[in-house]
Design a protein around this ligand. Structure first.
Ligand SMILES: Nc1ncnc2c1ncn2[C@@H]1O[C@H](COP(=O)(O)OP(=O)(O)OP(=O)(O)O)[C@@H](O)[C@H]1O
Ligand SMILES: [Mg+2]
Length: 152
């Protein structure tokens, strides 16, 4: 998988194959980087997010963050890993109340449903879009690299 090519689309045929794509992407990540995951309900965003976390050294179980919105974990080298799910936020105002932008600088941030807070997309270094395709367990995963605004 050549991640210097963007956008890059890969097809996976099982959750395990999707996890392997996430593990490869994890090698590119560092504190301050935001990864946005888009795709329909059940596409595999949480599967991808958990595999990213595991590859970054999170040893805890990573439950779905839907009700908590932000879950914070610790990865290798004490790097904070934020797993965020914006599905249930009411809008931009609630997003600002989360003060996520204050936390993101030193962390690797993984966001499901980033489209709920469009201003966040400006910070996305990687956007990963997962499409459900006809055919059992098949997904088309497109990785876009962006020269994102950096947090200070
Ligand atoms: N190729 C695949 N890649 C990823 N997941 C797959 C694949 N094939 C089947 N699945 C299944 O699809 C489901 C994806 O669920 P997941 O919770 O990750 O979706 P999600 O995009 O986070 O949904 P939501 O928007 O509800 O949070 C899992 O049950 C997983 O086993
Ligand atoms: Mg999810």
């Amino acid at each position: 998988m050549d991640l210097s090519q963007s956008p890059l689309t890969v097809t996976t045929r099982s959750p395990e194959e999707t996890e392997a794509v996430a593990s490869r992407l994890a090698e590119e990540l560092a504190p301050g980087v935001v990864v946005c995951l888009t795709g329909d309900l059940g596409a595999g965003k949480s599967v991808f997010a958990r595999a990213l976390g595991a590859a970054l050294g999170v040893e805890e179980r990573m439950p779905s963050p839907t009700f908590t919105i932000i879950h914070e974990y610790t990865g290798t080298g004490d790097v904070p890993i934020l797993h965020v799910d914006l599905y249930r936020i009411s809008g931009e105002e609630e997003f600002r109340h989360l003060a996520l932008e204050d936390l993101m600088g030193g962390a690797v941030t993984i966001v499901e449903w980033p489209d709920r807070a469009p201003e966040l997309l400006e910070y996305a270094r990687w956007q990963v879009d997962i499409q459900i395709t006809p055919g059992d367990d098949q997904r088309e995963i497109t990785l876009h690299y962006h020269d994102a605004r950096t947090r200070h």
